[in-house]
Design a protein around this ligand. Structure first.
Ligand code: SAH
Length: 244
């Protein structure tokens, strides 16, 4: 008899920002599998201690392990921060299940993604059309990311940037800023949100021209405004055109 796989979005951090269905899935699971940092975050608020933690770069192995456990009859949760369907584990889990011709059911439980949590802390910067881009070129060629940066810039979208910089990916953000400056004003508001809804949370407002003077790491999400983004009472707001 085969078990079941839940791909669970754990939200940005604090328990209040995880949906009840995600907690329920983790609590009815025989095992909860995930990257160790995220396990540490959810451990305190889940009544289940059967955690298996794994390293960051081991995504495929992690999914194979989850499938094996489910094939042996276990109910398994594999956790992903934010929303598992946004740069998370949902896609790869479905691919691994299919590659093994498995019929184990997979249920994906959404979560609050960094775009939403960061936007809420900044104000309302995503009120109109926006684009989400990851600057990680580990799996996507940089040329394609550059093409998308140009498209986002020329389309006057607000842009939410995931994976802006890591210890080894330093220059990508510099290149992105250079591309945006071809289309956007230097004083375009930019919000920097680090560790949204976690104890170390930091929220900073700056401009496109000043962005590089700030410390930006892999726990940071950036939101770059469009031509209608303003600072209103200290909040970043993309004005939609209402007469108020
Ligand atoms: N599935 C996740 C994204 C994983 S990609 C989600 O939906 O949120 C990892 C990137 O997400 C990080 O480099 C950072 O840009 C962003 N991120 C994830 N959690 C965050 C948080 N609590 N605060 C700020 N950025 C976060």
């Amino acid at each position: 008899m085969s078990g079941k796989i839940f791909v669970v979005g754990t939200g940005p951090g604090y328990k209040e920002y995880i949906c009840p269905k995600a907690i329920e899935a983790m609590e009815i699971s025989d095992v909860i599998v995930g990257y160790k940092t995220y396990i540490e975050i959810v451990k305190p608020f889940v009544q289940n201690n059967n955690f298996i933690s794994s390293g960051m770069m081991k995504e495929v192995e992690r999914c194979r392990e989850v499938l094996q456990l489910a094939e042996s009859g276990k109910t398994v949760s594999i956790i992903s921060s934010g929303d598992p369907g946004i740069y998370g584990m949902a896609g790869i889990m479905l691919e691994v299940v299919s590659a093994h011709n498995s019929t184990v059911p997979v249920e994906i439980i959404p979560g609050i993604s960094a775009a939403s949590s960061a936007a809420s802390l900044l104000g309302a910067p995503l009120m109109n059309d926006f684009v989400v881009l990851s600057l990680s070129d580990l799996l996507t060629p940089w040329e394609l990311i550059e093409k998308r940066l140009h498209a986002a810039g020329s389309g006057d979208f607000a842009v939410c940037i995931y994976n802006p910089r890591s210890k080894t990916r330093i220059t990508q953000l510099d290149n992105a800023i250079e591309i945006f400056l071809k289309y956007k004003q230097p004083n375009t508001p930019v919000g920097i949100v680090k560790h949204a809804m976690r104890q170390q949370q930091e929220v900073t407002l700056t401009t496109l021209a000043q962005l590089n003077n700030h410390d930006i790491d892999m726990f940071t999400t950036l939101i770059v405004g469009n031509s209608k983004t303003e600072i209103i009472n200290g909040k970043m707001v993309t004005v939609r055109g209402y007469t108020v």
